[in-house]
Design a protein around this ligand. Structure first.
Ligand SMILES: [Fe+2]
Length: 210
């Protein structure tokens, strides 16, 4: 019997891409137990993330994608804890815009599993918002960490460089809407949702094209 649970904090900072900057609040998700955790995204504020970790062993920093607002505090969290930073290789181009002097430590390849606190997360490669965007599925917890691929209300943004709307819709349709409908979707920004709440709106997203 696993004691694994999900913990949450938000941090605030700036998202930068294509020469623009936007103030953003990012979700940070911790999965684990009293002994060890993984950190899903490390945005903006390493001190706040380390306070939430509270001395537990950090198995890994898992980056849902390489946009600066999801990875800008990852090296500081890794350096303070000894944890490896894991990112899908297709997002190295985005990672390098923020951390040209520091590579990730490993790859979040599709199908890879990460064990923590007696439970397991599986990597689902879901390109579209970013080429190396991934979701992390924890079937025993009934939870998906969707990064910026799926939000309450639809797909993540695809209007900027390295994004593609048909690709994100394919990812959501084939990899996410096939999960149990009661699956809780913990997103990269804003409120959580469920697969069952979002699935009926697929055609609306296609019709509006974003
Ligand atoms: Fe993003």
């Amino acid at each position: 019997m696993s004691d694994a649970r999900v913990e949450h904090l938000t941090t605030s900072g700036v998202f930068t891409l294509d020469g623009g900057s936007w103030e953003v609040d990012n979700n940070v998700w911790l999965v684990g137990d009293d002994e060890e955790v993984v950190v899903v995204d490390a945005p903006h504020d390493a001190e706040a993330i380390l306070a939430a970790v509270d001395g537990r062993r950090v198995v890994a920093v898992l980056c849902t994608h390489g946009h600066n607002d999801h990875v800008n505090a990852a090296p500081a969290v890794a350096d303070a804890t000894g944890a490896p930073i894991l990112l899908h290789p297709d997002d190295r181009v985005l990672w390098d815009m923020t951390h040209s002097d520091r590579a990730p430590d490993g790859e979040l390849a599709d199908g890879r599993t990460v064990k923590v606190g007696g439970t397991e997360l599986t990597v689902l490669h879901t390109p579209g918002h970013a080429p190396g965007a991934v979701c992390l599925y924890a079937p025993e917890l009934g939870v998906l960490f969707s990064g910026d691929t799926l939000f309450q209300g639809g797909p993540g943004a695809t209007g900027r460089s390295y994004s593609d709307f048909p690709t994100i819709v394919d990812s959501i349709r084939s990899r996410l809407l096939t999960l149990p409908e009661e699956t809780v979707v913990n997103t990269g920004h804003g409120d959580s949702t469920t697969i069952g709440a979002e699935a009926p709106h697929l055609q609306e997203w296609l019709d509006r094209g974003r």
